[in-house]
Design a protein around this ligand. Structure first.
Ligand code: SAH
Length: 213
């Protein structure tokens, strides 16, 4: 597999899988162009790094499909000055994309092995504005709050209350809600005058958010 192959696969991803399907935010497209997705998957899966599908990673988890990562990043409405909380670091790919679009990204992963690997990878690739933490992300990260956006990359059965408490006024929570299997509905909750405005954004499929409590 040559680097030219990856360059053209990435261009195909941008044109056919993202722009053609409604990803119009140029900041999202620039971030997806910038982050080398091949660095976030195993050697064997590198030729498929820019396929528009989720790929398996360690411990039965997945790296989300490029369209899903872009969709959530676009729904977060980032302009560059924001503090973002991501739940479910996984490989660190989503955090890297968000890091290109916001001031700081705080990301929480419950599996030590994934958290360590992602932390090292993000450091090696030079993403200096990402801070990782091992723990149950359904509790958010109170010490680092408030956040302008909270992006949850695993399926929750309901909206964890901690997220509302840690959201800045005007902030957005992007979260897939629904039971495992059969897909979940992606919601955007926007905090306005201390209340949450709810929008349903379509069906997606995620691994479950596993809560310790
Ligand atoms: N954003 C990731 C994809 C994440 S898949 C990427 O770009 O690669 C969902 C991740 O959420 C998995 O790594 C899973 O271990 C993690 N997860 C599940 N429940 C969690 C919880 N309660 N707290 C933190 N992480 C959790």
């Amino acid at each position: 597999m040559s680097s030219e192959y990856l360059v053209s696969a990435k261009q195909r991803m941008l044109d056919q899988h993202l722009r053609a399907r409604g990803i119009t935010d140029e900041r999202v497209l620039a971030a997806m162009q910038h982050v080398p997705r091949e660095e976030f998957v195993s050697e064997a899966l590198r030729p498929h790094a820019y396929d528009d599908r989720a790929l398996p990673v360690e411990l039965g988890q997945t790296i989300s499909q490029p369209y899903t990562v872009a969709f959530m990043a676009q729904a977060s409405q980032l302009h560059g000055h924001e503090r973002v909380l991501e739940i479910g670091t996984g490989t660190g790919y989503g955090a890297a994309v968000l890091a290109c679009m916001a001031a700081e990204v705080f990301t929480v992963e419950r599996w030590p092995e994934l958290c360590d690997t992602a932390t090292q990878r993000l450091e090696r690739l030079g993403f200096r504005n990402v801070v990782t933490k091992l723990g149950d992300g359904s509790q958010g990260w109170p010490e680092r709050s408030p956040f302008d956006a909270i992006v949850v990359t695993a399926a929750a059965e309901r909206l964890p209350t901690a997220f509302f408490d840690q959201l800045a006024e005007g902030g957005r929570i992007i979260i897939p809600i629904g039971g495992p299997g059969g897909g979940q509905t992606m919601f955007r909750f926007t905090r306005q005058n201390g209340e949450l405005l709810e929008e349903s954004l379509g069906m997606f499929s995620f691994v479950p958010l596993v809560c310790d409590s």
